[in-house]
Design a protein around this ligand. Structure first.
Ligand code: URA
Length: 215
């Protein structure tokens, strides 16, 4: 039985372990320590689903008994791109499952006048045009930062771009889908809505503050 429901390139990972851990994280009395640990565990579980379609190539190997053919992931190392700062809470858990991945970072802030995302940091590995990219940010809220990050990454012509978040608002999914219909979205849940402060509800609060204990 599949544990991912997919619609229009939007994949909701409803594996029981993912849903269980997400519920524990949502609770307002979860400590910084347990929030961070659960996010790491969830990131590892989600990485497993997100990488399901990676292409394989056959190689010849020697076992202690004979020569045989095995399958390994094809092509150059994947790139995990963290949208600062909350995306960093996702990285270690994903790297547990994809330890050879390269890592890029994008920093964006929202201009208070125009409300548009402005880039303040961008550092990527070399040879991006030969790599697949997985963008990570726990919360897909308005979708503006995610869409801006993907637009910026497309300038480097990677082979593919996938977006992974823990929670999404319907508004964020719609914004990212409209701007980048070619980008697959993976999430553990699509919540009811965004509130007037741009928070996902019921949500889990400010992911960055809860990961880093800054509130
Ligand atoms: N960013 C967060 O950390 N939480 C939200 O609910 C929305 C955006």
């Amino acid at each position: 039985m599949s544990t991912t429901s997919s619609n229009n390139n939007v994949h909701v990972i409803d594996h029981p372990l993912v849903q269980h851990k997400l519920t524990l994280m949502r609770r307002k009395d979860a400590s910084t320590n347990s929030f961070r640990r659960l996010l790491g565990e969830l990131a590892s579980l989600m990485a497993y689903e997100v990488t399901r379609e990676l292409p394989l190539q056959e190689i010849e190997i020697e076992t202690p008994l004979e020569t045989t053919t095995g399958r390994v992931i094809d092509g150059k190392k994947q790139v995990l791109v963290s949208i600062l700062r909350a995306g960093n809470g996702f990285l270690d858990g994903m790297l547990n499952v994809i330890p050879g991945a390269r890592v890029g970072h994008i920093g964006l802030y929202r201009d208070p006048q125009t409300l548009q995302p402005v880039e303040y940091y961008f550092k990527m590995p070399s040879e991006m045009q030969e790599r697949g990219v997985i963008v990570v940010d726990p919360m897909l809220a308005t979708g503006n930062s995610a869409a801006a990050a993907v637009s910026r990454l497309k300038q480097l012509h990677p082979q593919s771009i996938t977006f992974v978040c823990l929670l999404a608002a319907p508004e964020g999914v719609a914004t990212l889908r409209k701007a980048h219909p070619d980008v697959a979205i993976y999430t553990a849940a699509i919540d009811r809505e965004l509130n007037e402060h741009g928070y996902i509800v019921p949500g889990l609060g400010d992911a960055g503050d809860r990961i880093f204990g800054t509130k």
